[in-house]
Design a protein around this ligand. Structure first.
Ligand code: AMP
Length: 116
């Protein structure tokens, strides 16, 4: 049994979030605890707990996460200067919310390592 997280409620708009993009496959919203001027989480609308649970049938959605990231980076005005995309998996990866998500971080130079 896969347990929902707070992110499912954000997708369904049952709790507030600053949603910057949503389509049939993915939702993107600003991180509640931003670690860069632009810090956005891009998540699948379908609940997948970790990257270890990704299946071949998810490949379209995974590609959409990247095209959404490209669009959002442009909308944020950070595409030319650059940005970082991060996905954390399980305890050693520092994953806190078990609904896969891509962190999009930018708006300042990030240095060699950020989350950890
Ligand atoms: P991770 O450590 O990769 O699992 O990242 C989880 C991220 O979710 C953290 O950066 C949190 O700040 C963020 N987060 C948790 N709850 C919320 C929320 N309700 N709205 C927006 N971001 C959230």
């Amino acid at each position: 049994m896969v347990e929902e997280t707070i992110f499912s409620k954000i997708i369904r708009k049952e709790i507030p979030a600053d949603i910057v993009y949503q389509d049939d496959l993915v939702t993107a919203f600003r991180d509640i605890s931003p670690r860069a001027p632009s810090h956005i989480l891009i998540i699948p609308n379908k609940l997948i707990p970790t990257v270890n649970d990704v299946e071949q049938e998810d490949e379209l959605m995974l590609g959409r996460m990247f095209t959404a990231a490209r669009k959002i980076a442009k909308d944020e005005g950070i595409d030319e200067d650059g940005y970082r995309l991060i996905m954390n998996c399980n305890a050693h990866g520092g994953q806190e919310v078990y609904h896969i998500h891509m962190h999009l971080l930018g708006g300042r130079p990030l240095g060699p390592l950020l989350l950890g």
